[in-house]
Write a protein that binds this ligand. Structure first.
Ligand code: FAD
Length: 454
């Protein structure tokens, strides 16, 4: 009898489980085993801020598939199993059952590393006090949710104004907390262009969130092991009983590094379009992996769930005998902060400047539906194009409605190499409840075309 080929996957949140499911669909004969060091697999971390706020009432709602459901597809899931080493010469790895401390060696024919990313915790005094938390796993959200339920009144400081920090500002406000956000950058949500950032800051202030910019955290003070305040580097003391570290994430690459797998310039695992690493029969996917930016052609690392799922599909298909390719990313993302939607795709101001691209940009403020139709809101769009040919380079949008539509049109325009001239005459959907008669996208493209004088 011929031995079944062994596919092993390390990491079981998004990229890992997507890879397992895809590999099984493509190849019924593979033996598929997944190791996950945590307690949960196949869940939506993206939904955690809404579980914390109470909009999503139960943690089960965020779980997509349980280990026993994978077993129906003959995919063996081992939770609480930490892979501690990989030997690529013998094509074996060691996994430790963290409940019994027993370790075991496993053989693989193909291996997918989907170890994801972890929250960055700045090495400052007081980080180990009770009430200092970060958010990544479902267990992290359980802990944070419980802390919010246990305390009579919450004074929270969120360190970092990336999208997770801003989503949490809304979640905590919904729970009645007093919230401050601090960021070492001069603007809120440093990834976005300054004009758009101002709109987010305005919303935070309107919702009663205190904002401290150009400020970083120096230390956390507390008594009886419990947090009482933070001190900023400029010497301000902010009293609080909850500190949320939302200062970014870093890829989990130590296992890959130990195994001789090369990293890219961003510090994440370098892979080719088939998601193969430099080591034979080892693939990688998701937040631990570096991508190529499709507009600049440069290495890029954007740890997002949709990319992790797309990459998981490619890695799963290829390890099952297929020939799929992951073409790269556009830098598309969207999130909500209170009633404001914030989205972006393509290159930012900073990236365009870094690459010395001669560009032209426009910012428009339009209605998101027909002027006479009730509940219309302002939608702000920033569109940037190359000066020489009007080719779209990037788009950002902030508003209470219609942001996802604008960003998805723009991402598709980027994919198709379209110019502002193409977009100005795009046949986009219109009816009064959805858009003004000329879509704000068309208005922005038209303004940009006039500026570029094409
Ligand atoms: P991870 O989710 O990090 O999973 C990797 C898993 O590997 C972890 O469970 C880890 O325990 C395990 N692991 C690591 N090392 C080992 C080892 N040695 N042995 C065994 N197991 C190991 N993205 C979006 O696109 N949109 C959103 O709205 C959005 N919102 C988010 C909100 C929050 C609060 C968070 C935390 C993330 C959000 N994301 C969002 C990001 C998205 O969740 C991640 O991009 C996605 O989870 C990445 O999936 P992954 O499988 O690559 O990695």
């Amino acid at each position: 009898m011929t031995r079944k080929k062994q596919l092993i996957i390390i990491g079981g949140v998004a990229a890992g489980v997507k890879a397992a499911a895809r590999a099984r669909r493509v190849n019924q004969d593979l033996d598929i085993t997944l190791f996950e060091s945590g307690a949960d697999v196949s869940y939506s971390a993206c939904g955690e801020p809404y579980y914390i706020s109470g909009v999503i009432p139960k943690r089960e709602h965020l779980v997509i598939r349980r280990p026993e459901e994978f077993l129906k597809d003959n995919i063996k899931i081992n939770i609480y199993h930490q892979v501690t080493s990989i030997n690529s010469d013998t094509q074996t790895l060691v996994a430790v059952d963290t409940t019994t401390r027993q370790s075991k060696q496993y053989h693989y024919d193909q291996l997918i590393i989907a170890t994801g990313a972890q929250a960055v915790i700045p090495p400052i005094p007081g980080c180990d006090l009770q009430g200092v938390v970060s958010l990544r796993t479902l267990n992290d959200s359980d802990r944070l949710r419980q802390l919010l339920l246990d305390k009579q009144s919450i004074q929270a400081v969120i360190v970092g104004s990336g999208y997770i920090g801003l989503e949490l500002a809304e979640s905590l406000k919904r729970r009645g907390a007093e919230v401050s956000v601090i960021d070492f950058c001069h603007q809120i949500f440093p990834r976005i262009d300054p004009l758009m950032s101002e709109l987010i800051q305005k919303k935070l202030l309107e919702k009663g969130v205190n904002v401290f910019l150009n400020e970083s955290i120096d230390s956390i003070q507390g008594q009886k092991q419990t947090v009482e305040s933070i001190k900023t580097q400029s010497g301000q003391i902010l009293p609080c009983n909850l500190v949320i570290m939302a200062c970014g994430v870093k890829p989990n690459v130590s296992l890959a590094l130990q195994s001789g797998i090369k990293l890219g310039s961003t510090g994440a695992i370098a892979v080719n379009q088939k998601l193969q690493t430099n080591v034979e029969n080892i693939y990688a996917a998701g937040d631990c992996v570096e991508s190529r930016h499709r507009i600049s052609g440069l290495p890029a690392w954007l740890p997002l769930g949709d990319i992790a799922n797309l990459q998981g599909r490619v890695a799963g298909e290829n390890t099952a005998g297929g020939n799929a390719r992951f073409p790269g990313i556009l830098g598309t993302s969207i999130f909500r902060c209170f009633d404001l939607q914030i989205g972006m795709t393509g290159l930012t101001d900073l990236e365009i400047k870094d690459q010395n691209i001669d560009c032209c940009e426009t910012v428009i403020h339009s209605r998101d539906r027909a002027r006479y139709y009730p509940d219309g809101q302002t939608l702000s769009i920033k569109l940037t194009a190359q000066k020489s040919n009007g080719k779209i380079l990037g788009a950002q949008a902030v508003g209470q409605g219609g942001v996802a539509k604008i960003i998805d049109i723009s991402a598709t325009a980027l994919l198709g190499n379209l110019s502002c001239f193409d977009l100005e005459f795009a046949d986009l959907a219109y009816a009064p409840p959805f858009s003004p008669v000329l879509s704000p996208m068309i208005i922005a493209a038209s303004e940009l075309r006039k500026k570029i004088n094409l």
